[in-house]
Write a protein that binds this ligand. Structure first.
Ligand SMILES: [Cu+2]
Length: 295
């Protein structure tokens, strides 16, 4: 009798332990990150330099905004440090209802849990849209898998705007004629040298591409050789599950695509809006890359 009670008591304890273990897993981990708002110049593929602002993981200026990656259920513990001489802001689109203000030389802290898979844009909404235009827009990826993944943060640049804005001038939003087009701060051919952007894998692999349009133009990504399936669309949730080869993406919107290559080869992937495949009118030095698939 005593033995039986002991056994059932142990069983209850075991069940409790197993359940608390599961809950722990579901709660996820806390990812501690720091983003520094840095001001410097961005070097274009032509050698031209444009005044630029960016969110980096350190005070070292890099022309690519940091990608923050979490799993569903994880919590982001984030400090944002403003190394600039102007006030900036911070907001995560469709996650944070209000923005945080960060005076020059100051910092803010936030803790945010992510419960849904998707690609989210973090950005500086102050002086909207100019701080965003000058570079301050990056990507948070909330994943629910361990597949190989790639990231495209797409932006255009109108070189006369950058110079005018940093000198305190004004530009007309209706007269936007970008002359440079970048993915993660690079144009073709440098995109293919960025291992976070260039899609590489083997036949049968599951490859994930996260895209954020933090520019002001509409882009339309065309895949040659393969179709991809939409796993997440910030603008059109009913597009999830569609398999196709061209993916329009609006400003401040995001996509998560899944590509499972069915054959080896090297195939172009590029913006169908052909001006976006140029740099200061030189083709094909814009949003152009290739997918490289081994047998
Ligand atoms: Cu094409």
């Amino acid at each position: 009798m005593i033995h039986n009670r002991l056994c059932s008591g142990l069983k209850v304890m075991l069940v409790v332990l197993v359940f608390s273990g599961l809950l722990e897993d579901a709660k996820g981990i806390t990812l501690v990150e720091k983003l520094y708002i840095n001001r410097d110049s961005m070097e274009m593929v032509t050698g031209d330099k444009l005044p630029y602002l960016v969110f980096n993981r350190s005070t070292n200026f890099e022309q690519q905004n940091a990608v923050l990656e979490l799993a569903v259920g994880d919590t982001l513990d984030l400090w944002i440090i403003n190394t600039d001489t102007a006030t900036h802001g911070f907001q995560i689109k469709s996650i944070m209802g209000t923005s945080l203000s960060i005076p020059a030389g100051d910092s803010v802290h936030l803790v945010q849990e992510f419960s849904n898979e998707g690609v989210y844009i973090y950005h500086d909404p102050q002086q909207y849209p100019y701080n965003l235009y000058l570079g301050l827009g990056g990507m948070i990826y909330v994943k629910n898998h361990l597949h190989e993944r790639f990231y495209w943060n797409m932006k255009e640049h109108a070189s006369n705007w950058n110079t005018t804005l940093v000198n305190g001038g004004t530009v007309s939003l209706n007269n936007y004629k970008p002359d440079y087009f970048t993915i993660n701060g690079n144009s073709h051919p440098d995109i293919n040298a960025d291992s976070t952007a260039r899609i590489e894998g083997n036949v049968g692999d599951t490859l994930i591409l996260c895209i954020a349009n933090t520019g002001r133009g509409i882009h339309s990504i065309h895949f040659h050789g393969y179709h991809a399936e939409i796993l997440y669309s910030s603008k059109h949730s009913h597009h999830v599950g569609r398999s196709k080869d061209t993916f329009p993406i609006y400003p401040m919107e995001t996509l998560e695509l899944r590509l499972v290559p069915d054959k080896p080869g090297e195939y172009p992937v590029h913006d169908h809006n052909l001006v976006a495949i140029s740099a200061n009118s030189i083709y094909p030095n814009g949003m152009f890359s290739t997918i490289l698939i081994a047998p």
